[in-house]
Design a protein around this ligand. Structure first.
Ligand code: PLP
Length: 343
């Protein structure tokens, strides 16, 4: 039997060896990073090393990195700003979208920098002075060059598991001197910006993954991934010429292909490909057992039916040319079958 092929790197990336090794080592660090004794200082050193590694990957100062349980927790800070309205770009991830607030007066803006469903990279619009901006750079980190310092944003959110770190750890990046109301209060950890004893195992894993991800990006690893994505895109459009490749022509993440297959539901595609040994995602969200068409695709102007017929195929450096060509063959054959059943 053929090994399974994982093509869902935007949902979560496989754990990097460097992250695994750093986490195993961190498990034996006894101290609390807030303790002043030698054991505490050892734990503190581990957290500060990871902070510098994350800062280097994101292009910010180490002191601007606040470790959290993930991007979702970091995004909660947007909703806690002392402004009257929080506007969010309609294609942003739910964790930003959930922070929207209507009102007259002072505004803040939440912006999805690289879309998880389509891979489209969108620069935020020009802002009036005094409108704070939070960027969601979760999908960009490690895949495309990005610098928080150059972005002009006040805040950004990051999640370790998207670049080969562990799940359940991430960071809020906050520009030096920008005041936030922390989502978690209590102890004074993270310079009063996120209370609670640090998850040193997760943080060590995140730091090691960030450093390895930056190294891979600098070495051009994702250029090869983009070539494979383009080979896949061409093979699918040749095999089924009525498909729509969303975001083709726009600036896109190197690894992402969002494909609409008219007449074939996204979740049915996911199930068919899962049975054939491939892991991909539907461009739709499932809540309380009801599958909803993708809000992102609706916001991009696709109709309800099209938005429910999308899948996201997201590649990573572990994927081979044989994997994508086999995917294309099987997907095209399954699509033809689905269409003939419907006829
Ligand atoms: N933002 C984007 C673009 C994402 O893809 C995700 C994860 O799916 C998140 C935010 C949320 O990350 P986490 O669930 O790790 O908090």
């Amino acid at each position: 039997m053929k090994a399974r092929v994982y093509l869902d790197w935007n949902a979560t990336a496989p754990l990097r060896d460097e992250a695994r090794a750093a986490m195993i080592a961190a498990m034996d660090v006894v101290g609390n990073p807030s303790s002043v004794h030698a054991e505490g200082r050892a734990a503190r050193a581990l957290v500060e090393r990871a902070r510098a590694q994350v800062a280097a990957a994101v292009g910010c100062k180490p002191a601007e990195v606040v470790f959290t349980s993930g991007a979702t927790e970091a995004a909660a800070v947007l909703g806690r700003l002392s402004v009257d309205a929080v506007e969010v770009d309609p294609t942003a991830h739910d964790c930003l979208w959930a922070q929207r607030r209507e009102g007259e007066g002072r505004r803040a803006l939440g912006w999805g920098y690289a879309n998880n469903e389509t891979g489209v990279i969108a620069e935020p619009p020009a802002r009036e002075a005094g409108v704070p901006l939070m960027l969601d750079i979760v999908q960009a980190v490690g895949k495309v060059p990005f610098s928080f310092a150059w972005s002009g944003a006040e805040m950004a959110v990051v999640s370790a598991h998207k670049f080969g770190g562990p799940k359940g750890v991430g960071a809020l990046i906050v520009r030096d001197g920008f005041e936030i109301a922390p989502a978690l209060t209590g102890g004074g950890q993270e310079m009063g910006r996120r209370a609670g004893t640090e998850n040193i195992i997760g943080i060590a894993g995140m730091g090691a993954a960030a450093e390895a991800a930056q190294r891979d990006l600098d070495a051009g690893v994702w250029e090869r991934v983009a070539e494979l994505r383009n080979i896949l895109e061409t093979a699918l459009s040749l095999g089924a010429n009525n498909t729509i490749s969303v975001g083709n022509g726009a600036a896109r993440l190197p690894n992402t292909l969002c494909l609409i297959a008219p007449g074939w539901k996204g979740e049915t595609q996911v199930m068919a490909m899962d049975l054939a040994g491939f892991a991909v995602s539907a461009g739709s969200a499932c809540s309380s057992g009801k599958v909803k068409a993708s809000r992102v695709l609706r916001a991009m102007g696709f109709d309800e039916a099209q938005a429910a017929q999308a899948i996201r195929i997201s590649l990573g450096p572990g994927v081979t040319k044989d994997d994508v060509l086999r995917f294309a063959d099987i997907w095209c054959a399954q699509y033809a079958k689905a269409l003939s059943r419907a006829a």
